[in-house]
Design a protein around this ligand. Structure first.
Ligand SMILES: *Cc1c(COP(=O)(O)O)cnc(C)c1O
Length: 461
């Protein structure tokens, strides 16, 4: 019986003449097609030997190899649909790029460009020149530069201003940010010596002043963006720190984290310090991320006094932390929107989603619900109120009123549906809450609605 079945296994040579395989070869790598055919035959051979396969057809072998081929051809880094309602989702790629940022990236990536070429002079130029003016214009800084991410920015700033010197930081600001990025550890890499002052909940100006020595290189202020200390607290204001720094000739550096350029309190949110406000208060150097509240590509932006930024540009470390042309293109495209705040809110997806009124989210949910109801018969969909999050370690206490679609099915548990939606051809990431599958309309796009319906159809078939 086994022998007979084994003899029925198609040969690679025969399969390569088959219509559907010939078609696959037209659109796919030959290496991957052959690999898939071999793996499919191997699967059936093992099944026959173990007794789990009792019949075999050429179609069956071809179907399995098509499936394997599809998996092999898929990109490992690929899109997902974010139904979680967390806008700057660290696991899902943080900020989505705006249209102008994307167009700019494509333009610069498929063509030669003036990355390090000064067109007016026909001579070598600097890659940092392209974005410095626009960043200065938006933030009000004397000078600016950009490195790979905010962690790199802090490292470069401390290496430049405080190598083998002491950096005074409040104990209330020794934060760990997602992905085990810890301020104290980053400081070690930079060769700066950490001097912790104050306590977790209270730090006074005298804590800084009493710890100044010959070796003090920098006062560092870290914005505790991903948590809040409540109750009996005291922190030194930026103004006080700047005054103390001026008195002792010690630069004040602030890691502001998220890179907020818009005053969110105007739109009903709790005030989150802006880059502009810190610079206006006289902080010497401010660092922030490009892909959090700014809504651009991964980058670390350093702004502040020209004499300090010039030193950083000359630091050898800058070469190792430098950004690619695609980052610069995306960043310039993003910053350009900030010339008019209204444009920024309208066109930068992270800002747009965070500030979208709940009623508008409700309308999106209604449209999606109607589509789902007309195509997916054995599920119930109901719209309810919910709460979205900003994410990315930004504004941790801000709960944004939103609307969600709750999905239930009497055959599949919410956990099973969640898993199947996640593992589908296009991954739809949803939450399970209170024994229901929940999709937050805030982070869903109308352009994906048909595909979301398709995701559900596949799960339930
Ligand atoms: C997010 C964050 C960082 C790290 O920024 P990356 O751009 O992810 O390197 C550093 N400091 C603070 C306060 C942050 O919020």
């Amino acid at each position: 019986m086994n022998k007979e079945l084994l003899r029925k296994l198609p040969k690679i040579d025969e399969l390569l003449k088959n219509e559907s395989i010939l078609k696959l070869l037209e659109e796919n790598s030959r290496t991957l097609v052959l690999e898939s055919l071999r793996e499919s035959i191997e699967f059936y051979r093992n099944g026959i030997l173990k007794g789990s396969v009792t019949s075999i057809t050429t179609e069956g072998v071809i179907d399995l190899s098509s499936h394997l081929l599809k998996e092999k051809s898929k990109m490992h880094l690929r899109r997902v649909i974010n139904g979680t309602g967390t806008v700057i989702h660290t696991n899902l790629g943080r900020s989505i790029l705006s249209e102008r940022a994307i167009e700019n990236v494509i333009e610069v990536a498929v063509n030669y460009n003036n990355l390090e070429y000064e067109i007016s002079k026909g001579k070598r130029g600097s890659r940092y020149s392209h974005i410095e003016d626009i960043i200065r214009r938006i933030t009000g800084a004397e000078a600016a530069m950009v490195v790979n991410n905010n962690a790199a920015a802090i490292m470069l700033v401390l290496d430049t201003l405080a190598k083998e010197k002491e950096v005074i930081v409040s104990r209330g600001e020794l934060v760990e940010i997602g992905g085990s990025f810890r301020i104290p550890d980053v400081m070690k890499f930079s060769g700066a010596k950490l001097v912790e002052v104050g306590t977790t909940n209270r730090t006074h100006l005298y804590d800084y002043e009493n710890n100044i020595t010959e070796e003090t290189g920098v006062f560092l202020k870290v914005h505790t963006s991903n948590f809040k200390v409540m109750g009996f607290t005291e922190a030194v204001s930026l103004e006080e720190m700047v005054a103390l720094g001026e008195k002792h000739n010690i630069p004040v550096v602030e890691d502001i984290g998220s890179g907020v350029l818009v005053d969110f309190s105007k739109y009903g949110f709790t005030y989150e310090p802006t880059v502009q406000a810190s610079l206006a208060k006289g902080v010497d150097v401010v660092t922030f991320s490009g892909d959090k509240m700014l809504g651009g590509p991964q980058a670390g932006i350093i702004v502040g006094k020209k004499k300090f930024i010039d030193k950083m540009k000359k630091n050898q470390l800058t070469r190792a932390l430098r950004v690619d042309k695609m980052t610069l293109a995306a960043l310039e495209g993003t910053f350009k929107y900030y010339i008019d705040e209204k444009d920024a809110i309208e066109n930068i997806p992270s800002l747009n989603m965070i500030l979208m009124p709940a009623e508008q989210v409700k309308q999106k949910c209604n449209t999606l619900k109607r589509k789902l109801q007309s195509k997916i018969k054995d599920c119930t969909f109901k719209i309810d109120k919910g709460e979205s999050m900003v994410g990315g370690g930004s504004m941790p206490t801000e709960k944004i009123p939103t609307y969600v679609i709750k999905v239930s099915n009497n055959r599949l548990s919410p956990e099973t549906m969640e898993e199947k939606l996640r593992l589908g051809e296009t991954s739809l990431v949803a939450r399970v809450y209170d024994n229901e599958l929940v999709l937050d309309g805030r982070t869903l796009f109308k352009r994906d609605f048909d595909e979301i319906v398709e995701c559900f159809r596949k799960v339930l078939e």
